[in-house]
Unconditional design. Sequence first.
Length: 302
Amino acid sequence: MGDQRFQEINRAAWIGIFFNILLTIVKGIVGFWANSRALIAEAAHSAADLVGSLTVYFGIRVAKRPPDPEHPYGHGKAEIVASFIVAVLLSMVGVEIARGSFQALFDKLEPPGISAAVVAFLSILVKEILYRYTYRVGKRQNSQATVAHAYEHRADVFATIAALVGILGAVLSRYIGVPELVYLDPIAGMGVSFFVFWMAYRLAREAIYNLLDPVLLPKEAQELVDAARQVAGVLDIDNLRARQHGHYVIVDVKISVDPHITVEEGHRIGKQVKRTLLDRFDHVEDVFVHVNPYDGKILQGK
C-alpha cells in the first residue's frame, strides 16, 4: 500500500470519525430534549457509525503493514475483516433500535419538538456529503473498508430520512388534532432499523465473498496474460490465476519456454515476467512464476 493511498483513505476515516462523534452528541442531546424516539435511534446509529469508523481506521493501518513470516502474502485482508466487523456492529445496533422503537409503541407518548426535525434534516445533508466523498476515495483507492464506511454514511442518510418523516408526522399531531400521529415517531425508529439491517447484510455478503480468495474474471485477467506473453522468451502462457487479497491481487502464472535453453535462462525469463507484471500493474502485489518446457501446445498441470 503506497503512502499516498494510505494518506487519502486515512483522511477519509478521520473525517468520518469527527462527524460521527459530532452527530452522536447532537442527536442524543436533542433527541432526549425534544422527546424524539426516532432521533434517539439515530443517535445510536451514529454511535455505531463511530465505532465502524474506528474499526475501518485500524483495519487500514493493519493492511498497510508489509508481509512477514506469518503473513507472507501481506495484510491486505485486514480491510475486508474491518468491513465485516462494521456489518456485525450495524446488525447489533439494528436490533437495539428495533427493540426500543417497538416498546415505545405501547407507551404514552408526547409529540417531539420541531428541533428534532431540524437536526435530522441537517444530519441528512452532512451524511450525504460524507457518503459521496468517502465512496469516491474508496473506489479510487480500491479500499473495501473505505467503501463499507461510505455505505454506513448512505445508510444513515436513508435512515434519517425515515426518521425525519416520522418526526414531522408526530409534530403535526400537535396542530391538526390527530393524536395517533405521535406514534409515527417510534414507527420511524423501526424504519431506521430496517435500513441498518439491509446495509449490514450487503456489507457482510461482500466481505464474506472477498474473504474466500476470489480470482479475477477471465476478462479482467486477460491484460495480465497479454503482458506476460509479450516478455521475450515466453512462448505461451499455460495458465494464469490472479486471486484477490484485499485491495491487491496475487498472481500465479505458468509459462512455457524453449525446452532446449538452460535452467538459468528459463529462470531469467520467469524473473522478467514477474518484474513486468509488478511494474506495469499497480494492483499486483506479488507474482509466482512456474516455468514449463514448450511442446507446441498448451500444457496443463505441469
